[in-house]
Design a protein around this ligand. Structure first.
Ligand code: HMG
Length: 389
């Protein structure tokens, strides 16, 4: 029996800031952000969206009544959790109307955790092939205004339905993992923004990719030429390009051109959204599959997952004949319809998130077109609303 990703759907905010305008405001050359970092736009997440609402907004459009009846495992992977104890997946399962018999858990290991969730879900379906599992990577990337990491912020959620005989990608049981204690990026409980050693983190990312990719090639007696495309965690899209370039010397000139062309499709959506931590690798995969006209059933896709701290995993999937049917094909249009905010508006939204205090709070959610919104906090409990109920 084959198991893998049956459906994929993405949600982000309806707002973005233009990176050339942000560069200007920060007295940087626009090409530093556009080319050097590789970002054109950055999602601006309003206070009325958090990890829970982004996750629910990502999942609900792809789920049929049949899916909802079959889901018995819900994993929300996040490093922007809203509670130190209760799992975001419990809120998400309620908003989506999922079965109370489903296991609902939250997983954490920086940007890597959605991969752990996906592998857990695949193993679960191998044992229970009539069931389905919902895995969502949902995050808001925050480094702070005027920080070096600022142009690598963003946010959003990628929802994936895992099943037997999947429409999109069969996951191969060939993972190579590397995990070790590295202080490249972390966020102590008292911080709302990440602490990061940016240059060091970028070097560690490449080291981890080289380690797991070379080990994979050795273990599987494989060659770079076996892959139709490689996809990467994309904290900023230049990072994935650097990782790809680090293995290109192994390929012929023609293969290099092909791999670079596929990579341009894979980074298209991340270029418009920014980092979404746990969901980032899977937005890259979605971008590749939605945008790239030169893929076909049977193609082998390589996936490199990286989470600071640090954990890396390289594994592969085999593209299925009807993969387009499981994809979020309207995503390019939704991204194009977003509303541009200026830098002052972005800064105001950045500074007016729900505060980490016990007081009751009311948020301005009326202009947020997403189905699920956060309306505020009452008696120290977040208040969620389904605007279409
Ligand atoms: P910086 O130090 O301000 O930038 O921040 P820089 O000076 O290194 O410049 C960036 C690039 O722009 C360089 O290219 C410059 O040459 C180029 P590179 O040498 O890297 O190829 N550049 C220009 N290009 C064209 N025209 C110009 C121009 N000027 C300069 N005029 C840094 C960069 C990434 C350090 C910063 O944004 C940062 O700290 N980001 C956050 C950390 C991060 O994303 N790390 C990535 C690896 S860790 C990871 O992926 C995990 C993570 O997602 C978290 C998790 O796991 O939860 C972050």
């Amino acid at each position: 029996m084959q198991v893998g990703i049956d459906k994929m759907h993405f949600a982000t905010s309806h707002l973005y800031v233009d990176m050339a305008e942000l560069a200007d405001a920060r007295q940087q050359a626009p090409d530093k952000y556009l080319i050097g970092i590789g970002q054109s736009q950055m999602a601006v997440i309003p206070p009325s969206q958090d990890t829970v609402t982004l996750a629910a907004n990502a999942a609900y459009p792809m789920l049929t009544a049949e899916d909802i009846a079959a889901i018995d495992l819900v994993v929300v992977a996040t490093e922007s959790g809203i509670d130190n104890s209760k799992a975001a997946a419990i809120y998400v399962a309620k908003l989506l109307g999922l079965s109370k018999r489903a296991r609902t858990i939250e997983m954490k290991e920086a940007c890597y955790a959605a991969t752990a969730g996906l592998q857990l879900a695949a193993d679960h379906i191998r044992v229970h092939p009539t069931k389905k599992a919902l895995v969502i990577g949902s995050d808001i990337a925050r480094y702070g205004l005027n920080s070096a990491g600022e142009p690598t912020q963003g946010g959003g959620a990628v929802a994936m339905l895992v099943s037997a005989d999947p429409q999109i990608l069969v996951l191969n049981d060939d993972s190579v993992v590397l995990s070790d204690d590295v202080m490249d990026f972390w966020r102590p409980l008292y911080h709302t923004e990440a602490l990061v050693d940016g240059k060091y983190s970028s070097n560690i990312y490449i080291d981890y990719f080289q380690d797991v990719f070379q080990a994979y090639l050795k273990e599987q007696s494989a060659d770079l030429a076996d892959f139709a495309a490689l996809t990467f965690h994309l904290p900023y899209t230049k990072m994935g390009l650097k990782a790809l370039r680090s293995v290109l010397p192994m390929a012929t000139t023609d293969q290099q051109t092909t791999l670079l062309a596929h990579f341009e499709h894979a980074r298209r959506f991340s270029r418009q959204v920014g980092n979404l931590y746990t969901g980032s690798l899977y937005l890259g995969l979605l971008s590749l599959l939605v945008s790239d006209p030169d893929l076909k059933a049977g193609d082998l896709i390589g996936l490199f997952s990286y989470g600071s701290g640090a954990e890396g995993e390289f594994y592969t999937g085999r593209l299925q004949p009807n993969y387009q049917r499981g994809l979020d094909l309207e995503l390019p249009q939704r991204l194009a319809r977003r509303q541009r905010v200026n830098v002052a508006e972005y800064e105001a939204l950045f500074n007016h998130q729900l505060q980490w205090i016990a007081d009751d709070q009311q948020l301005d959610y009326q202009n947020d077109p997403q189905r699920f919104v956060l309306t505020g906090q009452v008696n120290e409990q977040r208040q969620y609303l389904d605007q279409q109920a």
